[in-house]
Design a protein around this ligand. Structure first.
Ligand code: B12
Ligand SMILES: *[C@@H]1O[C@H](CO)[C@@H](O)[C@H](O)[C@H]1NC(C)=O
Ligand SMILES: *[C@@H]1O[C@H](CO)[C@@H](O)[C@H](O)[C@H]1NC(C)=O
Ligand SMILES: *[C@@H]1O[C@H](CO)[C@@H](O)[C@H](O)[C@H]1NC(C)=O
Ligand SMILES: *[C@@H]1O[C@H](CO)[C@@H](O)[C@H](O)[C@H]1NC(C)=O
Length: 425
């Protein structure tokens, strides 16, 4: 009798431990399992200051920056107000599906009512269908953000849209893209967590199955140093892996990823405000799933007391030589070209300076850019322009390796051979 009671107690203890573990595991995973050590915090504060400061010198209204500010705790209230007001005033008709979705999340993160923007986005997603032939995985990026935004606003009305999205995603056979997979994971995790009680088990099964495929694919891209995809997809991938209800086949070592990211930050790899906007939530133990829970009060943290900004290494005034090739083997039989030029630019210049110098020396190298959330994108070279319908664009490579940054941020080395290749995605 005594032993059965003891056994009963033991089971109860075990059960309680299990419940405690399960609760702690879901609610505090992002914060507790790996966070930025306090002594490294100044680096993170500096990034946030850099990101917030960028807003005033740019006329591109970037909702991702507002989301990151509100998740991290705003320093500059003026910037927060400016962005919120500009986003409130933006016309849904001028925005892509993805930008509209980010705008809704940004306004929600500022505790503002996005109003009609939500129903417009819902309509767009009800009519959404990816072009049936050769869909590239990144075609799901905007729609994934849309499912996430709609889930946070009205998950029940989003169920049928999300079901169709999940099925389409699983049918897609194009090469996996980590950034897109991460946002899709956040979107479907939101849906999974909000399946109404007592509804069909099929929802849980479908979203669970899709999440398993996504998370396994993300985990298959974890490199030995902890980077997931490349350094600029790692922030979104960390968010995804820290919230998903489905554990990946390949175990993820969050500490290792965090260490490597902190090192990359110290190397100056996060200068682009948009790159900061995508990594900052994770560094602050937050994810995009926290957007609806943000509380907006009059009290705020205020700017951090960071004075010792590391000064960049002074670059020498000497010039370097860069070999630059523009190559179109794709468009117009009589328009094909493959030209190379050598240009001399000041050491430490960004690639954009090389392009300008080439254009100045030879008008065949003329080019055009357009402003995007990631900065300037090269849209046209020698009158050959990218085209979203034809899925063409100018890809930049160093030797045979595609660049992981745009022309306004990449700094070429002496005798780098940079190629702009007109190609398809
Ligand atoms: C889809 C995509 C593309 C598509 C965009 C066109 C399209 N219609 O889909 C294509 C294939 C053209 C593309 C090109 C490039 N991309 Co890209 N792209 C993405 C991806 C996966 C999703 C973007 C998106 O749809 N956002 C959703 C909407 C709502 O936001 P948006 O701001 O309106 O989106 C626009 C911009 O993102 C812009 N864009 C896309 N990529 C890039 C890259 C740069 C440098 C710039 C300035 C703009 C830009 O195109 C989008 C559609 O108009 C992101 C991933 C990410 N984490 O953001 C990578 C990403 C933005 N791309 C990246 C890179 C490196 C490039 C290239 C430089 C690659 C190369 N070696 O050539 C080129 C740009 C070269 C040039 N001509 O200047 C990096 C940028 C990192 C950084 N620090 O700058 C990212 C983060 C991927 C990664 N993890 O490395 N890309
Ligand atoms: C990645 O996703 C595809 C479906 O898009 C799936 O068939 C494949 O098994 C996944 N890969 C891994 C490693 O999970
Ligand atoms: C284009 O030119 C480069 C550099 O001269 C050369 O290496 C490459 O093979 C050429 N490519 C094509 C398709 O002609
Ligand atoms: C050095 O680079 C600049 C462009 O940055 C160029 O104008 C100048 O002519 C170059 N000097 C030499 C000696 O090539
Ligand atoms: C350049 O683009 C062409 C056309 O799409 C493609 O066939 C070729 O493989 C590309 N070259 C590189 C180095 O990516």
């Amino acid at each position: 009798m005594d032993t059965t009671r003891k056994r009963g107690m033991a089971w109860l203890t075990l059960y309680l431990l299990y419940v405690f573990w399960a609760v702690a595991g879901t609610s505090a995973r992002a914060e507790s399992s790996c966070s930025v050590p306090p002594e490294q915090q100044p680096w993170i504060n500096r990034l946030q200051v850099l990101m917030e400061t960028s807003v005033t010198d740019s006329d591109f209204v970037n909702p991702s920056i507002l989301i990151a500010m509100n998740l991290a705790g705003t320093y500059n209230l003026e910037v927060q107000k400016l962005l919120t007001n500009r986003l409130m005033a933006s016309d849904s008709a001028d925005l892509t599906t993805g930008q509209l979705a980010l705008t809704i999340m940004a306004l929600t993160s500022s505790c503002r009512d996005p109003g009609r923007k939500v129903s417009i986005l819902q309509k767009e997603m009800e009519n959404w269908a990816p072009s049936s032939t050769d869909t590239d995985a990144s075609a799901f990026y905007g729609p994934s953000v849309a499912i996430l935004a709609l889930c946070q606003k009205n998950s029940e009305a989003t169920l049928p849209i999300a079901v169709r999205f999940a099925k389409t995603l699983m049918r897609d056979s194009s090469p996996f893209n980590v950034d897109t997979g991460a946002v899709a994971t956040l979107a479907l995790t939101c849906m999974y967590n909000r399946i109404p009680v007592g509804s069909d088990e099929n929802y849980r099964n479908l979203f669970g199955e899709a999440l398993k495929v996504l998370v396994d694919n993300i985990s298959s891209r974890i490199k030995p140093d902890g980077i997931i995809g490349d350094i600029y997809s790692t922030g979104l991938a960390m968010q995804a892996l820290s919230v998903t209800p489905k554990q990946p086949i390949k175990k993820w070592d969050c500490e290792k990823t965090m260490d490597t990211i902190l090192n990359e930050i110290k190397q100056g790899k996060f200068q682009n405000p948009m790159s900061i906007a995508q990594i900052l939530p994770t560094l602050k133990g937050k994810t995009y799933l926290d957007v609806p829970q943000i509380t907006c009060g009059p009290d705020h943290e205020g700017p951090p007391t960071v004075t010792d900004y590391p000064t960049p290494v002074p670059t020498s005034v000497s010039n370097i030589t860069v070999i630059y090739t523009i190559n179109n083997q794709l468009k117009g039989v009589d328009l094909l070209f493959n030209w190379t030029i050598e240009v001399s630019v000041k050491s430490g210049s960004v690639l954009l300076v090389v392009l300008e110098e080439a254009q100045r020396k030879n008008s065949k190298f003329k080019f055009e850019t357009k402003m995007t959330s990631w900065g300037l994108m090269v849209s046209s070279i020698n009158n050959i322009a990218e085209n979203a319908n034809q899925k063409t664009y100018w890809m930049f490579l160093r030797g045979k390796t595609p660049l992981d940054e745009g022309v306004a941020y990449y700094i070429p080395s002496n005798y780098d051979h940079i190629t702009a290749n007109f190609t398809q995605y």
